[in-house]
Design a protein around this ligand. Structure first.
Ligand SMILES: [Zn+2]
Length: 192
């Protein structure tokens, strides 16, 4: 999937999870950082690709991207697995705790969950692409849906651009339309 599709899927996944829970107050820095962490999580698995948006925006990003790609076993390897998700969870947790002294008003748990939801949504979305996802590494089998490869989406092609991406936006819009009261209540009363 393209970065744009992953961004949209990560945001919709976070919205569905957050607004389906009993609403609890969060600070504004928590909300903003949670949204940022969610978007980073949504594209994080593709850091194993030298052309990933993450690397493209760094000055010598392509060089690092290629090196990281080799270290992580190439595209769609460890960063696209449950093992990679768990390792990223540990790394992000350590990073957030290290940063906590300079952002004391941030609820680290919220930011962590937002990252994890974003990253999990990436693996789910990539599972409907032709290449599939090696969910159970080190078992080297790529899983995908539907099981017949020919029926799956090709990244960046018409079906993704005209059906999958607008489909995610539509699901997000329908969710917000049906949970409008909860969303308004959250913004008015829960952000402190
Ligand atoms: Zn990917």
């Amino acid at each position: 999937m393209t970065g744009r599709t992953h961004d949209a899927a990560a945001f919709v996944a976070l919205s569905v999870v957050a607004l389906s829970q009993p609403l609890v107050p969060v600070t504004l820095p928590t909300l903003l950082l949670a949204l940022l962490a969610n978007q980073i999580g949504g594209i994080a698995p593709d850091i194993d690709q030298p052309t990933a948006p993450f690397w493209r925006n760094l000055p010598v990003g392509r060089v690092f991207g290629r090196a990281f790609g080799l270290l992580s076993g190439g595209h769609r390897f460890i960063t696209h697995s449950l093992l990679g998700l768990a390792l990223a969870g540990v790394a992000v947790d350590a990073l957030l705790h290290a940063l906590h002294p300079i952002m004391p008003n941030v609820n680290l748990g919220y930011v962590w969950w937002s990252f994890m939801i974003g990253m999990l949504s990436h693996l789910v979305m990539d599972s409907i692409t032709r290449e599939g996802v090696p969910w159970l590494l080190p078992i080297p089998i790529k899983f995908g849906f539907p099981p017949v490869k020919r029926l799956r989406v090709v990244t960046g092609k018409k079906f993704e651009i005209f059906i999958i991406f607008p489909g995610i936006i539509l699901i997000g819009a329908l969710f917000y339309a049906t949970h409008y009261a909860a969303a308004v209540h959250f913004l008015h009363h829960s952000v402190v």
